[in-house]
Design a protein. Structure first.
Length: 202
């Protein structure tokens, strides 16, 4: 399975790697998302520490974007367009995470839940956060970008002073650990479509 022809690999910093591909299948995936995902979308949550532990809540002051999960599709027929998309994305991300682990001589990592599809519209953003947390231990993060015809929406790693503007077909893989805190800058114009998943050691 491939999103297309790989055209480059770029290490933005140790533990942050972009695998770039042509946009042939990214365009197909984008069309599927635009056509079928709207009824499933809802505002994404964040994990907040409470007196009785961590809770998942909508906090639009910290994260404002709409999402749906592959776990929302359990009753779908195997040929349902979103099910096919989810399966293809999982396979593609698995392959790129394997490349990343091999690059750093790390243990094999497997996904620990279903992918989350993301839609950022004008004004949407996600403030600084870490992917690894007590409720969901994560070792490696992976994001695939379906389009780049928008302004704003850069992914920023504050501790590395990196501001990355994704290109259509890019697969970004990075460590989920706390030094890799990151954010998504507000969308200025257009809509940003992506999918994210997280992996842990076997």
């Amino acid at each position: 399975m491939s999103i297309g022809q790989m055209v480059g690999e770029n290490e933005l910093a140790p533990g942050i790697v972009v695998y770039s591909y042509d946009n042939r299948i990214a365009n197909e995936w984008l069309l599927t998302l635009k056509t079928y995902s709207e009824p499933l979308l809802a505002y994404g949550t964040v994990y907040t520490k409470k007196e009785d532990g961590y809770q998942s809540t909508v906090n639009l002051d910290h994260r404002k974007c709409k999402i749906f999960s592959g776990s929302d599709l359990p009753g779908c027929h195997v040929e349902d367009p979103l099910r096919v998309l989810s399966d293809q994305v999982h396979t593609f991300m698995d392959e790129n995470v394997a490349k990343f682990c091999n690059k750093y001589s790390a243990h094999e990592a497997v996904k620990n839940h279903d992918a989350i599809f993301l839609k950022y519209e004008s004004g949407d953003y996600f403030n600084d956060h870490n992917d690894d947390c007590p409720s969901y231990p994560r070792t490696v993060s992976s994001i695939v970008y379906f389009n780049d015809d928008y302004s704003g929406g850069e992914l920023c790693f504050k501790h590395f002073k990196i501001e990355y503007k994704p290109k259509q077909g890019d697969c970004l893989v990075f460590s989920s650990a706390f030094p890799y805190m990151h954010s998504v800058k507000p969308i200025i114009h257009g809509t940003r479509y992506a999918v994210v998943n997280w992996y842990k050691y076997i």
